[in-house]
Design a binder for this molecule. Structure first.
Ligand SMILES: C[S@@+](CC[C@H](N)C(=O)[O-])C[C@H]1O[C@@H](n2cnc3c(N)ncnc32)[C@H](O)[C@@H]1O
Ligand code: SF4
Length: 345
């Protein structure tokens, strides 16, 4: 196996530094990006402590194949090369994931990747999605033991996930496939002591194990204060609205990959084209506000400042508005109860 080390780390670093390396992209009407993220289904089978998915009030929706096909045709014409099939939910919750991958590869997208908790699938399904041409699969394993995994993910599926990772590794070796296989793990103060266990268990069979800090998910999961020591606030600039496009499971163009309530949805792609939406007045205005650092009243403000000031959705008709202050208080309480409950089981 030829290991493809530190690709995720480099990718994250490149994204964070884009405003320095490519200042020309930080304009209100940038060209359509080469990277597109599509959330095929926003529902999830797991309930990770730190993830807003378990608390979101947005309805679960699976993207239709016809809509996906329409968007891919537009994306291809616009020069998109990389397609990420995941965002706020679990991609394997969509029973057609394999067909979506196959279409993307048949249409010539050069890099089709996904991120999964890996617990819904069996070997047959994994084999199928790999055979359809998936270029990269990342398993999210947010602990290093069965017990802690259950506390974090809320499901006792450590063994199943480990077996699935082993299967992908053996399958690609036996078939001599070029698919990238990696693991990411969100570190909290409940799990940092298990980093080495996770590393030892998988370092010889995956390309990369990427540990990331647990964040507040755009200021939506401030309740994560209970499970992290400090969060690095040095990250003051967001490049996402300039270089990457995101489509929600409902078919909305949104500015961010963790927009659980669609507060940053700018247009309905069932009604408008991808390019029109990318250059819509609302999106252009938000990019100007990013450039001028005047984001008060938006989710972006709470994200960049890790706070819960009063915010409004950009487009009320596309969002599921909630009272974030109320939500924050309730989620803080809920977090304490859930941790205790999960530790006691
Ligand atoms: C929201 S999940 C969706 C895809 C899939 N369900 C999974 O878990 O891989 C995408 C990634 O976000 C990460 N994530 C979720 N909550 C996070 C948080 N509070 N801080 C950092 N990463 C987080 C997950 O661990 C996962 O790798
Ligand atoms: S991190 Fe992924 S697996 Fe965990 S709850 Fe969120 S969406 Fe589900």
């Amino acid at each position: 196996m030829i290991k493809k080390n530190n690709l995720i780390g480099k990718r994250v670093e490149n994204e964070l530094n884009l405003h320095k390396t490519h200042p020309g992209l930080r304009v209100d009407k940038p060209p359509f990006p080469q990277n597109l993220i599509i959330d095929l289904c926003n529902g999830c089978n797991h309930e990770c402590l730190f993830c807003m998915n378990r608390l979101m009030t947005r309805k679960v929706k699976r993207m239709s194949f016809n809509f996906y096909k329409k968007v891919l045709k537009e994306a291809k014409k616009l020069g998109v090369k990389e397609l990420g099939l995941y965002a706020t939910g679990e991609p394997f919750m969509h029973t057609k994931l394999e067909e979506f991958v196959l279409l993307a590869k048949e249409m010539g997208f050069s890099y089709v990747y996904t991120t999964t908790n890996g617990a819904l699938v069996d070997e047959k399904r994994l084999k199928k999605v790999i055979d359809c041409g998936l270029d990269s699969i990342k398993f999210s394993v947010n602990a290093g033991s069965r017990k802690t995994y259950k506390t974090i993910h809320g499901k006792d599926e450590w063994e199943k996930v480990c077996k699935n990772i082993n299967f992908v590794s053996n399958y690609r070796d036996n078939q001599n496939l070029d698919i990238k296989l990696s693991i990411s793990s969100v570190v909290t103060n409940l799990t940092f002591h298990e980093k080495e266990d996770l590393r030892k268990k998988f370092e010889n069979i995956v390309d990369e194990i990427f540990f990331s800090e647990c964040d507040y998910q755009q200021g939506q999961m401030l309740a994560n204060e209970a499970i992290v020591n400090t969060i690095d606030h040095s990250y003051q600039v967001c490049n996402l609205p300039f270089y990457r496009a995101h489509i929600s499971s409902e078919g909305f163009l949104t500015m961010c990959c963790v927009d659980y309530q669609n507060y940053l949805a700018t247009a309905d792609l069932n009604k408008t084209s991808l390019l029109e939406a990318w250059h819509s007045d609302l999106f252009v205005d938000m990019r100007r506000r990013h450039i001028d650092n005047s984001l008060e009243g938006t989710l972006c403000f709470n994200c960049l400042n890790s706070c819960n000031s009063k915010i409004m959705p950009l487009n009320k008709s596309l969002a599921h508005a909630i009272d974030f202050k109320e939500f924050y208080n309730a989620s803080k309480e809920e977090m304490q109860i859930t941790i205790q409950e999960r530790k006691n089981i």
